[in-house]
Design a protein around this ligand. Structure first.
Ligand SMILES: Nc1nc2c(c(=O)[nH]1)N[C@H]1C(S)=C(S)[C@@H](COP(=O)(O)O)O[C@H]1N2
Ligand SMILES: [Mo]
Length: 193
């Protein structure tokens, strides 16, 4: 299934305060996690419900093609990127029935980031494993990264390790340091006020 991110259909695709780049900058904490397709595991949890997927389990789920723009809070935007992966809804449904209100995503480099469940479950939110027709390069968060095009790019956790579904919001790495709990680029939700 082909998913076109709704924000790519705006007349002005560039959110306020952003400028366009050609190459996607590499931005992360600088820890280099030892993770690849062979040792990859993704844990899903909600209270005491838990499921673990390896790379093959993940890529056996229905595949989606995503076309989206990326907006980093440091003001660069990359327009028109192509990814493949699994819809976040597909993965969420593996734990069904649950009624979580928030998500905290964790990564193999110690990173984490939170968001409301409705952003996590948007049609263009995916768990990605391919970028521009190839495996996601390690420096861009491969083998598997989260992609939440409706929010600033810090919500798109690279080297994804765990998705915790929760009822009460819990802050991730940048959110604990003052960044916004939602982070909609078109509303310029950069820092908490
Ligand atoms: N695991 C992990 N994911 C992360 C980060 C990080 O430090 N660690 N940084 C975030 C930030 S601030 C941005 S802008 C994007 C950058 O992704 P890129 O390096 O592929 O451009 O990853 C996000 N996801
Ligand atoms: Mo960022």
């Amino acid at each position: 299934m082909k998913i076109i991110s709704p924000d790519t259909k705006r007349i002005n695709r560039l959110p306020p305060g952003q400028y366009e780049v050609d190459e996607i900058p590499v931005l992360d904490l600088g820890n280099k996690p030892n993770i690849n397709k062979n040792n990859f595991k993704l844990e899903l949890s909600y209270n005491d419900k838990k499921t673990v997927l390896d790379f093959n389990n993940l890529t056996s789920l229905p595949e989606v093609d995503l076309y989206c723009d990326l907006h980093c809070v440091t003001t660069w935007s990359k327009l028109g990127t192509n990814w493949k992966g699994v819809s976040t809804k597909t993965v969420y449904d593996l734990l069904t029935p649950i009624s979580a209100k928030f998500v905290l995503a964790y990564s193999y480099d110690g990173y984490s980031t939170n968001m409301p469940i409705d952003y996590f479950l948007k049609e263009d939110s995916i768990i990605g494993y391919s970028y521009e027709g190839k495996d996601i390069p390690y420096h861009y968060g491969g083998p598997v990264r989260l992609l939440i095009p409706s929010l600033y790019y810090w919500k798109s956790a690279k080297w994804l390790s765990k998705i915790e579904f929760i009822d009460e919001d819990k802050r991730g790495y940048w959110e604990e340091r003052g960044y916004h709990d939602i982070g909609d680029p078109f509303l310029e939700q950069r820092r908490r006020l």
